[in-house]
Design a protein around this ligand. Structure first.
Ligand SMILES: Nc1nc2c(c(=O)[nH]1)N[C@H]1C(S)=C(S)[C@@H](COP(=O)(O)OP(=O)(O)OC[C@H]3O[C@@H](n4cnc5c(=O)[nH]c(N)nc54)[C@H](O)[C@@H]3O)O[C@H]1N2
Ligand SMILES: Nc1nc2c(c(=O)[nH]1)N[C@H]1C(S)=C(S)[C@@H](COP(=O)(O)OP(=O)(O)OC[C@H]3O[C@@H](n4cnc5c(=O)[nH]c(N)nc54)[C@H](O)[C@@H]3O)O[C@H]1N2
Ligand code: SF4
Ligand SMILES: [Mo]
Length: 750
């Protein structure tokens, strides 16, 4: 007798958030397909989504906690694991205070409902200032620019691709990445539709990526120079009288300051810096200004560089100057059903964002969004003195492979007094853990995207219950996090998770009841808690957020409003329509205006000017990264369905550079930077700019003590051995992972 059933589940692996159909037979996954009825992704799926079945079944995926005893990690019961955390962490906190405990949050924290909702509860209780995350090797520049201009760190305007006529993309390759800070499943189909209605797309990238190849025009650019190109475009808009803010004029401060800032950067001046013809710079400005509806979008290539915040700022300056911000077909602010900062508080005005409320101990780097740059983590562990980091908790992260100078960080991790890791694999980072607390298979967790509806190409609400019911042992990750919360709160390993969860929920209900803007303002918190029963955990917090959110039922205030029960009744999601204009309501700046020329950014223009006369490279090469469809940062190389095929960890190099350096296709090159060196096979191509080489990140699976049997067969090399931990975008603290100066030569075996 078959027990075959079809379940629906949102994919938690990347920002596209595709709705999937999972066919199961008992506890077995038979097939994973795109869900054609999903209101948001309409059937799209990529190979990683299919690989969820192998992830669920991967024998290397950890299912039991591990504790280090006499140097070796041994399997233990959950009770023993929590006891070990208490035993090892409590004395460090007692002796040195909570700042001695650092936390690193990796990328899946924003893809996992348990981690997204309960990580904050844990951090608020621990109260360490040493918080680090993957944000400072990724999107912090974009968040800072958005915060300074629009008032919250997640007020990111995304292209309204379904109504756009001209799309200018810099440093993004959604054909392989499936999009980022822009939740847009099946980008290729949407790009084709744009082209079929007569629209155009231009891609600016030092590589001819798959996205660039599909675009109408591809512009090579010298890595790290996007801020100059954008300044050249802005200069041209002013010089040629193409600025037209349209309805934004009355909502914008700082227009004259931007014009003055752009004055030194004519197309002719920036052209040689960017390696882009001056006429192309001017053409892009005219295309933007003349298109009916245009959008400029920048992503990781524009963030992980020395002028990351400036480039992210200037992207939106272009959108504002051409009147394309907040209008259909331009870039728009999604209205997320829950958790969006720009839906709380008084509409149209707020406190804005501040940085530098504290500074890191060793390098004096300013805090941004409550974090220090992860590039500072190793030195905070290594440097003795008051405030030294002695313990580290990693939550779903692999910083040895994903952050600059992985070699130095690995050495530092080894020197820690205690390391606790919440992860599903024993990998290059977690192999240093003293206690490993495994998460579940994604198919055993429920799912709601806390962050990504804030960046959606369309407004929608979707929730998935677990595909497989979790058993009582192991705990779900929110329960693990609450246990840790109890331990750092001094309640010990016996902390009552249910009581802590009630406390978290009650606190949030009280806050809503006390907020004059909330639909439940003034209501009795006990009545709201009763209405949420019998839900607990993430579902209770989610129901509260949905019901008090912009579409919510307000616990009776709006009869047909959203609630979690409604989402449960709609397994393919609820469409909430195309993006709508939201300015001024979406703004949360103190002035209630778009701040086109934030002070911090105007000051940074001096650094840009200084860079105009920087010494030429004298034949040196610049290293950039890239992504492949079958990878997901560092952690899905252990699944056979993704790991097969042509090896992807190769050094792309232009034919001319290869000839000059005497490197044939397939030859092994030695690539060296200030901080490290790797040896890697060369792939000769004309799809990269001369003077630029490219290596994907997330490889280097040849370390002892890991449990990644498939990945270890084709380990590749860790590109972040080459990234310099001392070079940052000073405003955001983001690492520079693109445009790294390197020397390349044929490998000379000893
Ligand atoms: N050179 C270079 N470096 C880069 C980048 C680049 O473009 N170039 N990109 C950067 C970017 S954008 C990012 S986001 C970072 C990523 O940096 P990290 O987040 O540090 O690295 P990931 O490889 O995403 O590691 C995710 C970890 O989470 C674990 N995991 C997966 N699912 C779960 C779960 O449900 N629960 C738990 N507890 N653990 C889970 C995985 O096993 C893995 O160890 O890398 C950055 N590094
Ligand atoms: N398949 C796959 N998908 C992923 C991931 C993955 O590892 N694999 N990771 C996910 C994560 S965490 C993120 S943050 C997103 C990132 O998503 P995207 O931002 O789309 O990232 P990439 O695909 O790395 O594309 C970045 C592009 O920038 C180019 N570039 C490098 N330096 C510069 C520069 O200085 N200027 C310009 N203009 N371009 C430059 C690179 O050549 C590359 O083509 O992808 C997500 N999706
Ligand atoms: S594109 Fe992203 S969300 Fe969609 S199936 Fe692939 S990994 Fe999952
Ligand atoms: Mo990322």
């Amino acid at each position: 007798m078959t027990r075959r059933e079809t379940k629906y589940r949102i994919c938690p692996l990347c920002e596209a958030t595709c709705g999937l159909q999972v066919v199961v037979d008992g506890r077995d996954v038979i097939a994973v397909r795109g869900d054609d009825s999903d209101v948001f992704s309409q059937g799209f799926i990529c190979p990683k989504g299919v690989a969820l079945a192998q992830l669920d079944q991967d024998p290397d995926r950890l299912r039991q906690p591990l504790v280090r005893r006499d140097g070796a990690l041994v399997p233990v019961s959950w009770d023993d694991a929590f006891a070990a955390v208490e035993q090892r962490l409590t004395p460090i906190i007692a002796r040195h205070g909570t700042d001695a405990v650092a936390v690193y949050l990796g990328n899946p924290n924003v893809h996992n409902l348990s981690l997204a909702l309960y990580g904050q509860a844990f951090l608020r209780t621990l109260r360490t200032k040493n918080v680090f995350s993957a944000s400072t090797v990724d999107q912090m520049p974009k968040q800072l620019a958005a915060g300074l201009m629009f008032g919250t760190f997640t007020s990111v305007a995304v292209p309204d691709i379904e109504r756009c006529d001209f799309l200018l993309m810099l440093g993004a390759n959604p054909f392989d990445s499936n999009g980022s800070l822009w939740t847009v499943p099946d980008f290729p189909r949407r790009l084709r539709a744009l082209q079929q209605r007569g629209g155009r797309c231009v891609v600016v990238d030092p590589r001819r990526s798959r996205t660039a190849a599909a675009a109408d025009q591809h512009v090579f650019i010298v890595p790290g120079t996007d801020a100059y190109l954008l300044m050249g475009i802005i200069h041209t808009l002013f010089a040629d009288d193409l600025v037209n803010l349209d309805r934004l004029a009355e909502h914008t401060n700082g227009l004259a300051a931007v014009e003055a800032a752009a004055a030194p950067f004519s197309a002719a001046v920036v052209a040689p810096v960017c390696g882009v013809a001056a006429e192309t710079v001017r053409q892009l400005a005219r295309d933007l200004a003349h298109a009916q509806r245009a959008a400029v979008y920048g992503r990781i290539g524009t963030c992980t560089q020395a002028f990351g915040t400036a480039a992210s700022w200037l992207v939106d300056v272009c959108n504002v100057l051409t009147g394309n911000l907040d209008r259909p077909g331009g870039v728009m602010f999604p209205l997320a059903p829950a958790f969006a900062l720009n839906t709380y508080g008084v509409p149209g005005v707020g406190r804005g964002v501040r940085t530098g409320r504290r500074h890191s101990r060793v390098r004096n780097a300013p805090e941004v969004a409550g974090e220090f740059p992860v590039a500072c983590l190793a030195e905070e562990i290594e440097t003795p003195g008051d405030g030294q980091v002695r313990a580290l908790i990693t939550i779903a992260g692999n910083p040895v492979l994903s952050t600059p100078n992985g070699t130095r960080l690995a050495r530092a991790l080894e020197a820690l007094e205690c390391m606790v890791s919440l992860d599903i694999y024993l990998n290059e980072t977690t192999r240093y853990a003293d206690v490993m607390l495994p998460g579940l298979s994604p198919l055993e967790e429920s799912h709601y995207d806390v962050i990504f509806p804030q960046f959606g190409y369309r407004n929608a609400a979707r929730y998935s219950p677990p595909v497989f019911a979790a058993t009582s042992d192991p705990p779900r990750e929110w329960q693990t996090l609450l246990k840790l919360t109890g331990v750092v709160a001094g309640q010990g390993a016996g902390a009552d998770v249910d009581a802590l969860d009630d406390f978290v929920a009650t606190t949030q209900v009280q806050r809503a009841a006390g907020d004059p803007q909330s639909p439940v303002h003034g209501r009795d918190p006990n009545e709201i808690m009763a209405a949420l029963a019998p839900r607990r955990g993430p579902e209770r917090l989610l129901d509260l957020a949905l019901r008090t959110g912009p579409y919510g039922d307000g616990f009776g205030a709006r009869a047909d409003g959203l609630s979690l029960a409604q989402l449960e009744a709609h397994p393919h999601g609820i469409d909430l329509g195309p993006l709508q204009s939201r300015i001024p309501e979406s703004l949360r700046t103190p002035s209630g205006k778009i701040e086109l020329a934030p002070q911090q950014l105007l000051e940074d223009v001096e650094r840009l000017r200084a860079g105009l006369s920087a010494v030429p490279r004298n034949g040196g090469l610049l290293l950039v990264g890239r992504r492949h469809l079958r990878t997901n940062n560092s952690w899905m190389h252990n699944l056979p369905i993704l790991a097969g095929g042509r090896p992807v960890c190769t050094l792309h190099m232009h034919v001319d550079d290869a000839a000059r350096l005497g490197l044939a296709d397939g030859a092994i090159a030695r690539v060296a930077s200030r901080v490290g060196a790797v040896e890697v096979p060369v792939e000769v191509t004309d799809a990269i700019m001369p003077g630029v080489v490219s290596l994907p990140h997330g490889f280097g699976h040849d370390q002892l003590g890991t449990r990644l049997s498939v990945a270890a067969q084709r380990p590749g090399v860790n590109s972040n051995v080459l990234a310099d931990e001392l070079v940052l975008d000073p405003l955001s603290g983001n690492a520079v992972l693109n445009g790294i100066p390197v020397r390349v030569e044929p490998s000379r075996p000893q």
